[in-house]
Design a binder for this molecule. Structure first.
Ligand SMILES: [Zn+2]
Length: 341
């Protein structure tokens, strides 16, 4: 295999994350715990009609059975063992993975505590020191570069990709200021009236890669990162993460000191509501097409608008989202036909 960073023929390291695991894992894990391989989470992919139910190897069988109302299947167990979300197995060699770790460790040792576990109340931004700014730029640019190499959703322009590859290869965090980069931190704290005393509140956050360019954007749990090809871009609201009145202040173009915007816990929850509502609308739209297809196959004619609406209404009454998993979807629509036709 040709390693995508050093471009040498090397043996690949398998099952490595292209989004840094320590950033995303509390959003993906059961009860928001910090342990690797204990994830249990939903992926609402607006491009698909099903809700992908995913769990990692050590998620508790009891909890899984509660959710699924059945035992997990062998295929699900196999996927869990492979723990494949945001990971790759054929992209980078061991030596290059060590370079990634070095860049990640710098960020962990110097920067992350300034946001996580830090009192951010009433703060609207944090300005990092010159040293921390460099560490942070390289760390988040690494996320974009690896994602671009590993996930077809996001494709950086070839010149930008090559520039980043050369910097990452030698873990060089200088002269990155001419790349417009905006970083937003979503304050993530437990509400005083939250009946759940654990870390469950953290699992409301999402991990999501935006399609398209300028900006390229990744929601990485409590960090939202946006990268621009140039300064000629239209304003993008991005679920309310960007603010028309000040988004230009956080592009950090040619600035030595990196300014990170901070969004309060309440505002974070509003943003997530918008995110889920947009995803759900698209999801429902896809369901309408699925109904249309199944109905046409079943009855050899097109359904009326009323029939489509009725199906969607009945479907949305159901609180059990598992109904929409791949395994249950087809049998449920047939049951629906039995009940109402
Ligand atoms: Zn390599």
């Amino acid at each position: 295999m040709k390693c995508k960073l050093c471009l040498l023929e090397k043996k690949p390291k398998s099952n490595t994350h292209y989004l840094s695991d320590f950033i995303i894992k509390t959003a993906l894990n059961e009860d928001g715990v910090n342990t690797r391989s204990k994830g249990i989470y939903w992926g609402i992919d607006s491009r698909k009609i099903v809700v992908d139910f995913k769990f990692q190897q050590e998620a508790s069988p009891k909890k899984l059975e509660d959710l699924l109302q059945r035992k997990t299947t062998q295929i699900e167990n196999k996927n869990a063992e492979n723990n494949i979300d945001f990971t790759v197995s054929d992209a980078f060699c061991k030596e290059c993975e060590d370079i990634f770790s070095k860049i990640e460790t710098e960020f962990v040792n110097n920067v992350i505590a300034k946001f996580r576990n830090s009192n951010l109340q009433n703060l609207v931004e944090k300005v990092l020191t010159e040293k921390d700014s460099r560490i942070t730029r390289l760390f988040f640019l690494l996320q974009f570069w690896r994602t671009s190499e590993c996930d077809s959703t996001l494709k950086l322009s070839p010149p930008l990709k090559e520039k980043l590859r050369k910097k990452i290869l030698v873990a060089n965090n200088t002269e990155l200021e001419d790349i417009p980069l905006s970083i937003t931190y979503l304050e993530t704290v437990r509400d005083l009236d939250d009946p759940n005393l654990g870390n469950n509140y953290k699992t409301l956050n999402v991990v999501s890669i935006k399609e398209g360019s300028n900006p390229y954007a990744i929601i990485m749990n409590d960090f939202v990162i946006q990268l621009y090809d140039d300064l000629q871009f239209p304003f993008l609201d991005f679920y309310g993460i960007n603010d028309l009145t000040n988004y230009k202040d956080y592009i950090n173009y040619n600035q030595i000191l990196l300014k990170v915007r901070i969004i309060s816990n309440n505002r974070r929850k509003a943003i997530l509501r918008t995110y889920f509502s947009v995803a759900a609308k698209s999801f429902i739209g896809n369901h309408a097409w699925f109904f249309l297809e199944t109905f046409t196959q079943q009855f050899k004619k097109l359904p009326s608008n009323y029939q489509i609406q009725h199906y969607l209404t009945e479907m949305s009454k159901d609180k059990n989202i598992m109904k929409f998993s791949k395994g249950n979807l087809s049998s449920n629509i047939l049951k629906y036909f039995k009940t109402f036709y």
